[in-house]
Design a protein around this ligand. Sequence first.
Ligand SMILES: [Zn+2]
Length: 376
Amino acid sequence: MTRTFSFTLEATDGAARLGRIETPRGEIRTPAFMPVGTAATVKAMMPESVRATGADILLGNTYHLMLRPGAERIARLGGLHAFMNWERPILTDSGGFQVMSLADLRKMTERGVTFRSHIDGSKHELTPESSMEIQRLLGSDIVMAFDECTTFPAEKEVAASSMALSMRWAERSRDAFGDRPGHALFGIQQGSVYRDLRQESAEALTSLDFPGYAIGGLAVGEGQEAMFDVLDYAPAMLPQDRPRYLMGVGKPDDIVGAVKRGVDMMDCVLPSRSGRTGQAFTRRGAVNIKNARHADDPRPLDEQCTCPACRHYSRAYLHHVFRAGEMISGMLLTWHNLHYFQQIMQGMREAIAAGTFEAWEREFHAARGEGDIDPV
Ligand SMILES: [Zn+2]
């Protein structure tokens, strides 16, 4: 097994890319979807089940883990992989985004951010240096630079100064990360919806020579059309030979549209979170299992799906356990959703390899256009 981090671009079809990231903890097939394991667990899923859906890599949240149970404690217990029983690659975010969305009494300076925990009010600081140290203690394979996710909408001057701060923090992140063979630090492009700022950001990051790059500041309420507008040019500003990670995306059609535009990696809580609230994603669009129309339906969620929820259970059962508040409801729907998301990724990887991405995409949209099967 390799001892270093590397990315190989294997094929392209239009702007869509097929590739492979090698790490000492295993290979990541790209385009890749990363399930989110916020608090050292993908909620409602055993790690071996997450793997069975086809996931090569998980995402962990620095903000949550530093507050509870604490990065030092996880390090003492052997690191995040051993702690949560996931031996394959893990990517951790820098904590910055969640400080801004979850913490209380935030104060941001050139140095970093001080804040109070949303759990117990305790005071903490995150800086590029402390974020690198926490992610090192967690032992993640892909570490994200500490940045400020520019809010949306942002006036151009605000987006410009926010991006410039993130670029200074990217350099401090790189210096603090140091040389860690087998681990990779990704820089994060900012610049909101302004093309020249995205270009400036890409140039600043590229001069720092990161092994991978993220496209940040999207999926923050701008809507799919505005996001795709940025993705029409932003990925191509980043080096061809490095993986590109679009943070926090998305719905199935967002994911397909992002891959079509040259994105290699994505993460989102949507499949797991929706699984716990009774929403299933299928080839034929979203299905709300709460709906009374499923109460007597003996058919599976999706007759073509090979996940346990679809192979062994009826819509009527899934409806019943959701209504009854049974835990298996969240377990089965989360499994199905993660399986479906990984099927999309697998389908796109095969299509890019075969040079048939456009046809695959047409079929993907046609099936969704049909809508759910008629009620019994
Ligand atoms: Zn299924």
